[in-house]
Design a protein around this ligand. Structure first.
Ligand code: SAH
Length: 357
């Protein structure tokens, strides 16, 4: 039988194991401090834990969920890992550096079932959910790429997959990120990005911790959204906005709306006006994301003047908007691209995805 992952255990579960194996209960917090706070890579490095306890930990648990199969470093300091989970599935995660800010972007599923037409992760459908430990493992791996002066300041759940479709495993991971005895990261430094699943947005608001919520809107009306984000046919925009409004009321956190700009598809003045009208009375921020090229897709980003015009139109509706900076372009850091390349093997249609680092 495969060993359990240490990161799959909640604090209470670890405490139960510690006590059941005849150890003092404070050892549970000590093990968690080593795991999440001190960048060790094995139980053996947990120096102030008795050798016998370290040995039983190693017997019952695995420390890392993954092995690193690819590690790329961009000229702008962005780093990207392709991790192979214990069943051979590949998962991507990214570390982005800005002055005084180190943001990690992690995945929640292998592949994705949502099928957004511009997204690399959706091209091969959903393979499986990641476990809580596999989500946290990406953060541990990226944390160990940092220098001594650096630390993770922000976490964005914006990698492969639809986070809210795997809320059961995501919530314990969010709690560990947030807990003092875990990573100790403030809720406002953690952002969950969703295609917009209303019931799940409600569920997330129920845990009453003000994580940031980013909703991937991509279109200002149902007709267009049905084409770009096919799951919208069963959801509808109005219900997503309602759920997001409720999230804002409950948590006090301003909602971010993500909007991928696709040239000739959703980037006209008319779309910006419609979006402005939709959001003008909401406390919202729009994050415009120029399309990142995904071979074999033919969708592209609009020109800079078109993008600026879109921002200006939104501003004329009093809607706050920013354009997302591109990071790690030379290592194809947009989610799903590396796994897509790895998996596509001999498929000539997918072969254009070459990594040029
Ligand atoms: N399933 C979640 C997380 C997806 S990734 C969601 O839908 O929000 C985070 C963001 O990147 C989403 O807004 C997603 O739509 C966007 N994205 C995906 N592929 C992209 C691409 N090729 N170019 C630009 N943005 C993309």
């Amino acid at each position: 039988m495969t060993q359990r992952l240490i990161t799959d255990l909640s604090r209470d579960e670890l405490l139960a194991w510690v006590e059941a194996t005849g150890n003092a209960s404070y050892r549970a917090d000590q093990i968690r401090r080593w795991t999440y706070g001190k960048r060790v890579s094995s139980f053996d490095e947990m120096h102030d834990i008795p050798a016998t306890l370290r040995a039983s930990l190693a017997e019952d648990f695995t420390f890392f969920a993954s092995k690193i199969v690819r590690h790329q470093v961009s000229q702008d300091g962005t780093e990207k890992l392709l991790l192979e989970m214990r069943d051979g599935e590949n998962v991507e995660c990214v570390l982005m550096r800005e002055e005084k800010r180190q943001t990690v972007c992690v995945s929640t599923q292998v592949g994705c079932a949502m099928g957004c037409v511009f997204c690399a992760s959706g091209l091969m459908g959903l393979k499986r959910d990641l476990t809580t430990g596999e989500i946290l493992d990406q953060i541990l791996r990226l944390d160990r790429l940092l220098s001594l002066e650096e630390r993770i300041t922000n976490v964005v759940i914006m990698g492969m997959g639809e986070p809210l479709a795997n809320l059961k495993n995501l919530i314990p991971a969010l709690l560990t990120l947030n807990e003092k005895g875990g990573m100790g990261l403030g809720a406002r430094r953690i952002t969950v990005s969703t295609v917009g699943l209303p019931e799940k947005i409600h569920e997330l608001s129920e845990i009453n911790i003000p994580f940031n919520l980013a909703v991937s809107l991509h279109a200002p009306n149902n007709d267009l959204r049905n084409e770009i984000v096919p799951v919208n046919k069963n959801i509808r925009l109005e219900r997503i906005l309602q759920a997001a409004d409720h999230y804002f009321e409950k948590t006090g956190r301003r909602i971010t709306y993500e909007y991928v700009l696709l040239s000739g598809v959703n980037d006209a003045d008319e779309h910006a006006r419609e979006l402005g009208e939709l959001l003008t009375h909401r406390n919202a921020h729009v994050n415009l994301i120029p399309m990142n090229d995904v071979a074999p897709l033919s969708l592209t980003a609009p020109s800079a003047p078109r993008t600026n015009q879109f921002v200006e139109t939104l501003k004329s509706w009093n809607v706050n908007a920013t354009v997302r900076k591109r990071k790690g372009a030379d290592i194809d850091a947009a989610c799903g691209q590396l796994r897509l390349e790895q998996e596509s093997g001999g498929d000539p249609n997918l072969h254009a995805l070459e990594i040029n680092s």
